[in-house]
Ligand binder design. Sequence first.
Ligand code: ADP
Length: 279
Amino acid sequence: MAIILDGKTIAKKLEAELAAYSRIREIRLDVILVGDNLASATYVRNKHRAAERVGMQSVIHTLPVHTKSEEIEQLIEELNSNEEVDGILLQLPLPEQLNSEKLLDSIHPMKDVDVFHPENAGLAYLGRPRIWPCTPSGILRLLHEHEIDIVGKHAVVVGRSNIVGKPMAALLQHANATVTVCHRMTKRLQDFTRQADILVVAAGSPGLIGKDDIKPGAVVIDVGSEFVNGKLTGDVRFAEVEPIASAITPVPGGVGPLTIASLLSNTVRLASLRRGWAN
Ligand code: ADP
């Protein structure tokens, strides 16, 4: 029987900390949503609601699917130079006519709450983070709150995306774990996952990891959240893995809520740095 790593409860605790911050009402997060991707619209709504719960200002800019790149660049430019805006989030994926990399690079690094700007990513990888990307930092908080020791442990990360896998591996290394990264081209994935004391699965492949893929007693973190037959489904087969893991995140209610709470705390952190508030 594993401990269930309940992200909802810890996200609530984090939100309460943020709500208690004296300057929270001065802080503003702007989210740009292009097109009508249903999942993206849901994520954006959840972020907006969370911001409102803690008392942070949140503005959503909804643009039609055929919006030209120049129009988005112009909006980003306005938000970059607006002193009241502390965080800018460009919701991905973008419609295919748009170049995500170019647009993400145009977000001012001091307002880049997702850590997509090379300057912020570079600083984080050098061990001098302004902030860490939201999902990895939420996962670290989850481990920390459950007093799960990371130092010297073998952490295996499945996935190497810029938003989750790569920064997760960097952050675990920063926290003194020994880290292995696996990806789509990894041969004999199971040989690696079975060695993990801490296994983080961010492959976007529903049900990829089963009971034969983990070491008994492992801590299993499931970042997967794909809709399968209308049901949010993780990368880990929870029912068969839970009895042999020592701790495991559910989907939904595990990593997801913490990602959103981390987004708010990243916004507060960048606001404090940019505005020169002690924090
Ligand atoms: P996320 O946003 O959750 O990180 P992405 O779809 O951007 O998801 O990235 C998926 C990552 O997972 C990629 O790095 C890919 O190589 C890896 N991956 C996908 N399927 C498998 C698999 N079957 N085995 C190992 N790694 C996988």
